[in-house]
Design a protein around this ligand. Structure first.
Ligand code: B12
Length: 211
């Protein structure tokens, strides 16, 4: 039986090979991706973040932890893809301009995909122009924006204003998220919803599409 605490340690200590190995073992034993991600991987990222905040870890440690996290997510992502033949709706997702954090955003994208949404993942550092262009091109039902920095979260309002100015705001719902984002902030900038995690993001997306 795989000891998933080893996965927690591997991500926390930025050991890619170990995290991939333990993840593969866990998958072979039939452990649910959700349990692996929520129970161990996200917790390790939270801990490295705390250490960084307290001056006990530094940017290279964050980078190595992120690399290990991604290695494991790459294994789990395909397993989360649902066997859905009918699309629940189209989602354009990206991390806003100036922000390079993509782990949480990719997790949200994978969960949405796994739950039957068609997801167009634009990547990181996405400008309002790119969000608008993609929303129009793909006739998106929802735009999802992610921001992990208090400095970049304000750009979400710029995107919403630009959607308004381009005349497409009425055609799409806007969901936002990321560690510094709150419900109050979402309301303040005129987003349609906020969720603090990937599971909640799916529930919210379903609700918004049904509206
Ligand atoms: C890993 C990491 C990095 C990596 C990112 C690698 C990558 N590819 O993503 C690197 C090393 C590149 C990095 C860089 C920096 N980072 Co950094 N980073 C982190 C760290 C440790 C973890 C983030 C993470 O991946 N968490 C795990 C995921 C699963 O959680 P999440 O992102 O929050 O996502 C979940 C929810 O928020 C939500 N969600 C996310 N997006 C969305 C979107 C929608 C629509 C919805 C509904 C939900 C949702 O669902 C997700 C899943 O549950 C955080 C600390 C933390 N605890 O957040 C700091 C942190 C975000 N970084 C921080 C800082 C300061 C920086 C740098 C400025 C450091 C520097 N001096 O260079 C740079 C900025 C670079 C840039 N321009 O973006 C600060 C931000 C402080 C602030 N208040 O603004 C933090 C909080 C660390 C700290 N405690 O001080 N970082």
């Amino acid at each position: 039986m795989t000891d998933l605490n080893l996965l927690y340690d591997a991500i926390l200590n930025g050991k890619l090979e170990q995290s991939v190995e333990v993840t593969n073992q866990a998958v072979a034993e039939g452990i649910e991706p959700q349990e692996i991600i929520n129970g161990y991987m996200i917790k390790a990222m939270e801990e490295i973040g705390l250490r960084f905040q307290n001056g006990e870890a530094f940017v290279p440690n964050l980078l190595m932890a992120a690399r290990a996290m991604k290695g494991s997510l790459d294994i789990l992502r395909p397993l989360m893809k649902g066997a859905n033949s009918v699309s629940m709706g189209k989602v354009v997702i990206g991390t806003v301009k100036g922000d390079l954090h993509d782990i949480g955003k990719n997790l949200v994208a994978s969960m949405l995909e796994g739950c039957g949404f068609e997801v167009i993942n634009l990547g990181v550092d996405i400008s309002s122009e790119k969000f608008i262009e993609a929303a129009k091109e793909h006739k998106a039902d929802i735009i999802c924006m992610s921001a992990l920095l208090t400095t970049t979260m304000n750009y979400m309002k710029e995107v919403i204003d630009a959607l308004e100015a381009a005349g497409v705001r009425k055609d799409v719902k806007v969901m936002i998220g990321g560690a510094p984002v709150t419900d109050a902030f979402a309301q303040q900038i005129g987003a349609d919803g906020y969720s603090e995690n990937a599971n909640g993001a799916v529930a919210l997306a379903r609700k918004l599409v049904a509206e």
